[in-house]
Ligand binder design. Structure first.
Ligand code: GRF
Length: 205
């Protein structure tokens, strides 16, 4: 790992988690560089955020590729061109295939708006709210071939209030996402994460 870790962020939407990583680099908290942001959605606001900060912003249109494999090979080309060491999924709405998973084994992280392994998949905050949980939260984990099932790096709890709606709950979860994603990235780039089976051991600095 070099002194400044070269990161790619994969997005599909507004990119507030992308912004939290950009800000954490800007403040000096993260010794990293986001070299490229890749989106599967042409008008994702995250692409604009990237451009605003002088980061290469690339739209790879899945419709132009006959299979997930070909699509991911194109993304891989972009990642290799930028010499990417760490890939962050930040609201990227596709399940990764073998092409990316094998090329970046244990070097892809994701943020999920629930306390995994509960409430995987879409609309996790609403799933948790509708289930009546008293404590919700968010998780940063390594990405593997399972849906939101890779080894857990960090989690943060958010209490559900009596007057919450799915939206107010999601807003408070998002605030915590913006804290733990940079924290997890910092642990990764400082080489302090050890995957031991399903568990991630965090080494002291
Ligand atoms: C976040 O809630 C994240 O946990 C989930 O997708 C959402 C993306 O939001 N994976 P943003 O695009 O980062 O604002």
């Amino acid at each position: 790992m070099r002194l400044v870790t070269n990161i790619a962020v994969l997005v599909s939407g507004r990119g507030s988690n992308l912004q939290s990583i950009i800000d954490s680099i800007g403040s000096g908290y993260l010794k990293a560089r986001i070299s490229v942001v890749v989106s599967d959605v042409g008008d994702a606001y995250a692409l604009l955020r990237a451009k605003k900060h002088g980061i290469d912003a690339v739209f790879v249109n899945p419709e132009n590729f006959a299979s997930k494999e070909l699509y991911e090979k194109e993304i891989l080309k972009v990642l290799k061109t930028h010499d990417i060491e760490l890939v962050l999924l930040a609201g990227y709405m596709r399940i990764l295939g073998k092409t990316l998973l094998l090329s970046y084994k244990n070097r892809i992280l994701n943020i999920h708006p629930a306390l995994l392994p509960a409430f995987t998949g879409l609309h996790a905050q609403k799933q948790a709210f509708d289930h009546g949980v008293k404590v919700a939260g968010c998780t940063v984990h390594f990405v593997d071939e399972t849906l939101d099932g890779g080894p857990i790096i960090l989690q943060r709890c958010v209490e559900v209030k009596e007057n919450d709606t799915p939206e107010t709950l999601a807003d408070r979860i998002l605030e915590q996402e913006h804290k733990i994603y940079p924290e997890a990235v910092k642990l990764f780039i400082e080489n302090r994460l050890r995957i031991e089976g399903k568990k991630v051991k965090i080494l002291q600095s």
